[in-house]
Design a protein around this ligand. Structure first.
Ligand code: 9MR
Length: 589
């Protein structure tokens, strides 16, 4: 399908969805209005009522946002049409990030499982519907992990596991050239290596160690924090029938690729495996430009070392002999990569002149050194490596591909080592204080979120903030974190200034046009499901000629294929999404 016809299809779908949404809203609202005298019903197409469009666990805090002033609001049971709750909104508050004012509509006391809407004006205007129930996050948690399977390189996505998104294998990467920037005595320029497997990074078809590191680590952390949930969790992937949990199987697909990115000669790790330039919007099997490994770097080697050391720790606790064995390989690889970084402490990656794909260029690696040393120290029980003094030097902000300090602190805070008790206690103190600050921010925020700064991939910051609170909850068992975590879920699933549910395939106001090559080229109208769109920001305002985005960061988003700065998807965004949704799904109540 050409790009033009794809756009037309998207447009048609958008119009269709709008009509459907109107019809649904009329239906729900008119059934809601049953038994109420003469209420005419107007669907809330203007986003006057912002709700989490997927749903809530029965005992969770449930807050919608209203963009209109009203004395009361109702919660209507869609099946019976009855008003089950009438409440009074909180004060109207202006948010400088969205440029508008909202008030809260708290209906937490509604706990009976069912399908509901929040309605105003004698139920003449109703929100998108949502569910209350113990299983509300099951499907979306599965989809958010399944997205990694759908983004696997070097593997056919079959109908059995990929449904309508089945596609031939792309990028086998069995022949990859050593780029001049990566040449060494044992592997000169043009030398061929095999580096198969792994996930495509994002909407492009390249594979980057720095970003793979944090994404794989986040899934490993999930396995560490929620082992029981992982044991029973299945998302229907080819490996689902083996004796390894699916989350672990999924991350193994990428981890095994990462291992191939190490030069076994000197232990250094290539920064990325890539085409020379971004390919056009073709399917993976049609995008067959030559592939190169480019330049070893300090950041890639340290991220690799940290992730491999973490993997060895998680695998050591596994019941599978195969994983225990792999853990030893990972630990050896980690030590070699760390040693390489120690001898090459300032090899900062920069794209060579003939390469123009993503850079993931990080000029500050103190945090990566801290993270790698911490993971190795924890994995080897080597207290001398755990950098006590460096701990206090780390910045207090969420993990991201270019900031690993918080990943080290998270790992330490969950560490079990009586001899390192003081350092672990210090890390826990940092996590709890950070989480408290995030909670305070969400309590004071008109939109009830901790996010107050919109970077590229802002939605992933929301999910990463939730990870801090979830780990704080794990450490302290203090329920005070739960409302704020729910606020993060609500934000991502529709209670935000754009009113979009940001996870593809879910919600009523759906993201349809992600900047994702297979979704743009496959001829299937719906995008690949389970992906988190990058989200609003004002960093690049001109990626879509003809589309003028809001100057307010929280609204500066375009559901358009061209909007690589707001509507791309990426593995380091889906990993915290899965962490958050999987955690919520594990709570059940
Ligand atoms: O997520 C990255 C963001 O923080 C950077 O500002 C941006 C520009 O360098 O790049 C983002 O990462 C992209 C990567 O370079 C290539 N694959 C797609 C990634 C998501 O947009």
């Amino acid at each position: 399908m050409s790009l033009n016809s794809k756009f037309m299809a998207m447009k048609t779908l958008s119009i269709f969805t709008l009509i459907l949404a109107i019809a649904l809203c009329f239906n729900s609202a008119s059934s809601a209005a049953q038994g109420m005298s003469g209420a005419g019903t107007v669907p809330d197409t203007l986003g006057r009522i912002l709700v989490n469009q997927v749903g809530y666990l029965p005992n969770s805090v449930k807050i919608a946002l209203l963009r209109v002033k009203t004395l009361t609001f109702n919660v209507v049971d869609i099946n019976s049409g009855k008003v089950v709750f009438t409440g009074h909104p909180g004060p109207f508050k202006y948010w400088d990030q969205s440029g508008d004012s909202v008030c809260t509509a708290d209906f937490s006391t509604v706990t009976t499982p069912g399908k509901y809407s929040v309605c105003l004006d004698n139920n003449s205007v109703c929100s998108y519907s949502f569910e209350i129930g113990e299983g509300v996050y099951s499907d979306i948690a599965k989809a958010s992990l399944k997205a990694f399977y759908l983004n696997r390189s070097g593997m056919e996505i079959t109908k059995e596991f990929g449904g309508k998104w089945a596609r031939p294998e792309g990028h086998p990467d069995t022949v990859v050239f050593i780029h001049s920037s990566a040449a060494s005595a044992n592997r000169p320029e043009g030398f061929k290596i095999a580096s198969p497997g792994g996930w495509y990074d994002a909407g492009d078809y390249n594979k980057y160690i720095v970003n793979s590191g944090i994404s794989t680590y986040t899934l490993l952390l999930f396995c560490q924090v929620y082992p029981e949930y992982c044991k029973n969790f299945k998302d229907n992937i080819p490996e689902s029938s083996n004796n390894i949990p699916d989350v672990m199987d999924e991350l193994l697909y990428n981890l095994r690729w990462m291992l191939t990115m190490q030069d076994t000669g000197d232990g250094g790790v290539y920064h990325k495996l890539t085409n020379k330039k971004f390919s056009d919007f073709s399917m993976p099997d049609k995008a067959d430009d030559a592939r190169y490994v480019v330049s070893k770097s300090t950041a890639a080697s340290l991220d690799f070392a940290a992730t491999m050391a973490m993997a060895s720790r998680v695998f050591a606790n596994s019941e599978t002999p195969e994983l225990k064995e792999l853990g030893k390989t990972c630990l050896n690889a980690a030590k070699k990569a760390y040693a390489w970084a120690k001898s090459n402490p300032a090899i900062y990656f920069k794209n060579p002149p003939d390469i123009s794909t993503g850079a993931y260029d990080d000029m500050e690696v103190r945090d990566e050194f801290f993270w790698a040393a911490t993971e190795l120290g924890l994995a080897e029980n080597n207290l001398a490596l755990i950098p006590e003094k460096e701990l206090a030097m780390q910045e207090i902000r969420v993990p991201s591909w270019d900031y690993s300090g918080m990943s080290g602190i998270l790992s330490l805070s969950l560490g079990v080592n009586p001899k390192a008790a003081e350092t672990i206690a210090e890390a826990q103190k940092i996590i709890l204080a950070f989480a408290d600050k995030l909670v305070e921010k969400s309590e004071n925020s008109p939109y009830k979120v901790s996010l107050d700064f919109f970077k590229w991939g802002s939605n992933s910051d929301v999910a990463n903030q939730a990870i801090i609170k979830l780990v704080a909850y794990k450490i302290s068992k203090d329920k005070k974190y739960l409302a704020s975590i729910q606020g993060d879920v609500d934000y991502l699933l529709g209670r935000n200034a754009t009113a979009y549910c940001f996870v593809t395939g879910f919600g009523a106001k759906q993201v349809l046009n992600i900047h994702h090559r297979p979704s743009g080229a496959d001829g299937v109208t719906e995008p690949y499901p389970g992906f988190l769109a990058g989200g609003p920001n004002t960093i690049v305002l001109d990626d879509c000629p003809g589309i003028t985005r809001s100057r307010f960061p929280a609204k500066s988003y375009a559901d358009a294929l061209c909007s690589y700065s707001t509507n791309e998807v990426a593995i380091n965004w889906n990993a915290p999404l899965f962490f958050l949704l999987g955690a919520m799904d594990s709570f059940k109540k």
